[in-house]
Design a protein around this ligand. Structure first.
Ligand SMILES: [Zn+2]
Length: 329
C-alpha cells in the first residue's frame, strides 16, 4: 500500500518536471536547477531526507566527477555515482541488470525510484531514490545523516564538504549559487601577474601554488564564491591564512593577511564579495611575523578528486572574475 502511494507521488512529480522544463527553455542553467530541486524535494517527501542534504551530496559528487577522470559523465542532472557493479550486485551475471527483483536478489544497491518497473542507473529518480533510501536507514536528523554519509564515503573530507554544502543550500534555499567575485575591490590599487609554478624564496624547494595580488596594507579581501570557512589561523609560510570550500569542493586559500574580518570564524558561511580579511605581509616566521616581503594576497585554489587534493592555477579564474566585475561596475 505504502509503496503504491510512493510510486504515485513520484510519477506525479515527473509529470510536473517535464512541464517545468518546457517553460524555462530560455535559460538552460535555471532549467537544470529547477529540475534538480524538484527531484530533491520529491525524494524528501518520499524518504524524509531533507532536500538540502541530497543537494549537498549531489554537489559533492558533481565536483568529484569534474575533478577526476575515473568516472564517466553523469547522464542526467544528478551526479551521485554508482558503479554498474554496485548498482546491479557484485555477483549479478547481468552486469547492467535493471530488473529491481534481480538486482535486489544479487544485493545490488539499485532501486526503482520512478515506478517504471526498472532500477536504472541512467534514470535520475532511480539513482537519487537509491541514495536517499540508503540514508533514511540511518534516520532523518543531521547527526544520523552524517553517520550514514561516513559509512557510505568512509572519508572525513566527504562528510565535511557535504555537511557544509547542505548548510549553504539550507541557508539560501536555492541551488543557484554559482556567482563569483574578484577577491579585491576594483576601486583599490592592486596588481597581479601569472606567477604559477615560480620557485619561492623562503622555506626550501617549493613551487608557487597560487597567484600573488599586490595591494596596500588593509585592502579588503573578499570571498570569491559561496562557501564555508574551513580553516583559519597561523602557518609559518602563509601567515594568517584562511581557507574556504565552495560548492564544487574547490578550496580557496587566502594567505599573508594582516587580520581577519572581525567576527569571522571557522565554520561561517560566506557569500561572494563578502569581506573576510585584509591584505598584509604576515608569514615566513613565528606567529605575528610581518614585513618580510611587500604586502600581498596569496590566492590559491585546490581541487578535490575524492581521494586527494591538488593545487591548480587560479590565474584564469581571477582574470575572468575581474573581467566580470569590470563589466558590472
Ligand atoms: Zn604567493
Amino acid at each position: 500500500m505504502r509503496k503504491t502511494m510512493i510510486l504515485a507521488m513520484v510519477l506525479f512529480f515527473l509529470g510536473a518536471v517535464e512541464t517545468g522544463s518546457a517553460e524555462a527553455e530560455e535559460d538552460p542553467e535555471q532549467d537544470i536547477y529547477a529540475e534538480r530541486m524538484a527531484l530533491y524535494k520529491n525524494m524528501e517527501s518520499v524518504t524524509h531526507i531533507p532536500w538540502y542534504w541530497l543537494a549537498g551530496a549531489d554537489a559533492y559528487e558533481r565536483g568529484i566527477r569534474r575533478a577526476g577522470n575515473d568516472r564517466e559523465e553523469a547522464e542526467g542532472v544528478i551526479s551521485i555515482y554508482y558503479s554498474p557493479k554496485e548498482w546491479s550486485g557484485p555477483l549479478n551475471p547481468e552486469f547492467d541488470a535493471e530488473n529491481p527483483v534481480a538486482v535486489s536478489m544479487f544485493n545490488g544497491a539499485g532501486l526503482d525510484g520512478n515506478g517504471n518497473g526498472t532500477a536504472s542507473l541512467s534514470e535520475d529518480a532511480d539513482v537519487l531514490y537509491t541514495f536517499a533510501h540508503y540514508l533514511s536507514g540511518y534516520g532523518y536528523d543531521d547527526n544520523n545523516i552524517r553517520k550514514g554519509l561516513w559509512d557510505y564515503y568512509k572519508r572525513d573530507q566527504a562528510v565535511r564538504s557535504i555537511t557544509n554544502h547542505a548548510r549553504i543550500y539550507r541557508k539560501y534555499g536555492t541551488l543557484d549559487l554559482d556567482e563569483h567575485a574578484f577577491p579585491v575591490p576594483l576601486r583599490y590599487n592592486y596588481s597581479y601577474n601569472n606567477t604559477w609554478g615560480d620557485s619561492r624564496g623562503w622555506g626550501g624547494r617549493r613551487i608557487h601554488e597560487g597567484t600573488d595580488i599586490f595591494a596596500d596594507y588593509r585592502t579588503p579581501v573578499r570571498a570569491t564564491s559561496y562557501g564555508v570557512v574551513e580553516l583559519t589561523g597561523w602557518n609559518k609560510y602563509g601567515g594568517w591564512r584562511l581557507g574556504i570550500r565552495d560548492l564544487t569542493n574547490t578550496y580557496h586559500y587566502f594567505g599573508h593577511l594582516t587580520s581577519y574580518e572581525e567576527g569571522l570564524e571557522k565554520g561561517d558561511i560566506v557569500a561572494p564579495g563578502e569581506t573576510i580579511g585584509y591584505v598584509g605581509s604576515s608569514g615566513y616566521g613565528p606567529p605575528g611575523t610581518e614585513g618580510k616581503f611587500p604586502p600581498h594576497l596569496h590566492y590559491g585554489m585546490y581541487r578535490d578528486n575524492g581521494y586527494s587534493e591538488w593545487s591548480f592555477d587560479p590565474y584564469p579564474s581571477l582574470k575572468s572574475w575581474e573581467k566580470q566585475a569590470k563589466k558590472e561596475a
